[in-house]
Ligand binder design. Structure first.
Ligand SMILES: Cc1ncc(COP(=O)(O)O)c(C=O)c1O
Length: 484
């Protein structure tokens, strides 16, 4: 009896078992069928203690598999052991990385860990202004000194575009203290920067490069999509597999490149500090499964059809009056699966509303200017036909003056160049006060204002609040400013 208990509770993987192609998936299949009596967390004990209605809603099997690391030869995440370690190693191999970390708390955690793992107080770093707010949270904590590189402004679309490599070169040339460049690629709306050139410039000035590729986790798997920064010599790359890669929500990966200049131990340590100590095995398994699927012929077919559907949409959209689609130009390419559109006569938010309520179509996000559609691996051609037909009908109704909307509420990102007067960390921790929004003009912001999606900052601690920010802050009555 005692022998059996030890056998079942061993944290060590069985050594003689040949390596599986999907180690975590396999380990979880075994776990599901194992005849175990559990006296541990999670207390619902494979779903037995759960509200029946909830169980019915999500399915009993999901609850059976809702467990954390440590049990039944599943391995542990920190430190990585067993099936979890094996799954991470295979993912690293597929993505062409030296090391891949699985994360169950989103790319936010990857960015926090990178900030802690590679930046120091007062160290100068160069960041794309369209970075996700998690990057800034990390830098507020470490106290690194932020220099901005402002991406091209696509004013007609009210979004940021690509980062000009020459701007990076200029910053690195004029401030030789900058030894780290951290940029986002692609943008949320699919605009792609020239990472090859940026990476070469970074090498020339001996600066490391992090690319937040949260929205590019599929690129590795189809040559019609842009190349991942891992192939262009970035030191670390972040992938939100849960965004477009088909993994479950919050499941992400952080990759260290083969020739990464970063200290692996420091990053491993930082991840341990920031990551939950109860990683969901369901999410970890979803990363293992999805990596395998995307790398299989079935997965390739799905991705290919996402690309075909995007091309179909782009072609059909050309024939719809009033409709424009954001495309690449001579400066930059675009991830064609991300389709940013606008319809003359309606704001993006109005179009979103009409699509949702009149046509049962949900899109990714909308602003006053336009809206974002994703051609995903889970979409079918007939769904795109429905979308195209709906847009045709809406366009016709615009022509017939059937819509009387046009009520802009200014949900447009102000692409304002920041006036920085204080260090991010100092400003965040300085004494502050709340003032009426209108009275805040000219004062120093002490809060991060970044609406989600896409989580890009409009104002940061240490920056002057300007009149141009006001229209976007329609949701705010008061703003937090540094006390005078
Ligand atoms: C570029 C970018 N990086 C990081 C994140 C954070 O990702 P997550 O939501 O997985 O924490 C996001 C989220 O939208 C993002 O757009």
């Amino acid at each position: 009896m005692i022998f059996n208990l030890f056998k079942f509770k061993s944290k060590k993987p069985k050594s003689a078992v040949p390596k599986a192609k999907e180690p975590l998936l396999e380990a979880m299949e075994n776990y599901k069928n194992s005849p175990m009596t559990g006296f541990h967390i999670p207390g619902h004990n494979r779903g037995e203690g759960v509200h029946p209605r909830f169980k019915n809603l999500i399915g009993a099997d999901v609850l059976k598999l809702d467990t954390t690391d440590e049990f039944d030869n599943l391995g542990t995440l920190h430190p990585s052991t067993g099936a979890i370690k094996e799954a991470q190693e295979i993912a690293a191999n597929v993505y062409g990385a030296k090391r891949t970390y699985f994360i169950t708390t989103g790319s936010t955690t990857a960015n926090l860990a990178l900030a802690f793992g590679v930046t120091n107080p007062n160290e100068e770093i160069l960041i794309g202004r369209n970075c996700h707010r998690s990057v800034l949270t990390g830098l507020i904590m470490t106290g690194a000194k932020v220099n901005w590189v402002i991406p091209k402004k696509l004013n007609d679309w009210a979004i940021f575009g690509n980062i000009d490599p020459d701007d990076i070169e200029h910053k690195l040339k004029t401030n030789r203290n900058i030894k780290l460049v951290w940029i986002t690629n692609p943008t949320y709306e699919g605009v792609v920067s020239d990472i090859k050139k940026i990476s070469e410039i970074c090498k020339k000035y001996k600066a490391s490069l992090i690319v937040d590729e949260a929205h590019g986790s599929l690129w590795k798997f189809n040559s019609k999509l842009p190349k991942s920064a891992l192939e262009y010599g970035a030191d670390a790359v972040v992938h939100s597999l849960h965004k477009t890669g088909g993994a479950m929500t919050q499941a992400s990966m952080l990759h260290l490149a083969k020739n990464s200049r970063f200290d692996e131990e420091k990053i491993t340590h930082a991840l341990k500090l920031f990551h939950t100590t109860s990683p969901s095995l369901l999410l970890l398994t979803s990363l293992d499964a999805q990596r395998s699927y995307l790398n299989s012929s079935d997965g390739a077919k799905k991705l290919n059809s996402a690309i075909e559907n995007a091309l179909y949409f782009r072609k059909e959209a050309k024939n719809i009056k009033n409709l424009s689609v954001l495309d690449g130009d001579i400066d930059c390419t675009i991830d064609i699966t991300k389709i940013f559109i606008k319809m003359k006569g309606l704001t993006g938010l109005e179009l979103e509303h009409i699509l949702e309520y009149d046509y049962n179509i949900e899109i990714e996000s909308a602003s006053d200017e336009g809206l974002l559609i994703l051609s995903n691996i889970g979409n079918a051609k007939d769904e795109f036909e429905h979308l195209i037909n709906s847009l045709k009908e809406i366009s016709k109704k615009i022509e017939e003056n059937q819509y009387i909307y046009k009520s802009k509420n200014n949900k447009i990102m102000p692409l304002v160049d920041p006036d920085i007067v204080m260090n991010l960390k100092e400003a965040y921790f300085a004494p502050k006060e709340l003032v009426k929004k209108e009275e805040a003009i000219g004062r120093i912001s002490s809060e991060v204002i970044a609406l989600c999606p896409p989580g890009i900052s409009i104002l940061l601690p240490g920056e002057i609040i300007k009149q141009e920010h006001m229209p976007y802050l329609f949701d705010y009555d008061k703003l937090e400013v540094i006390k005078e």
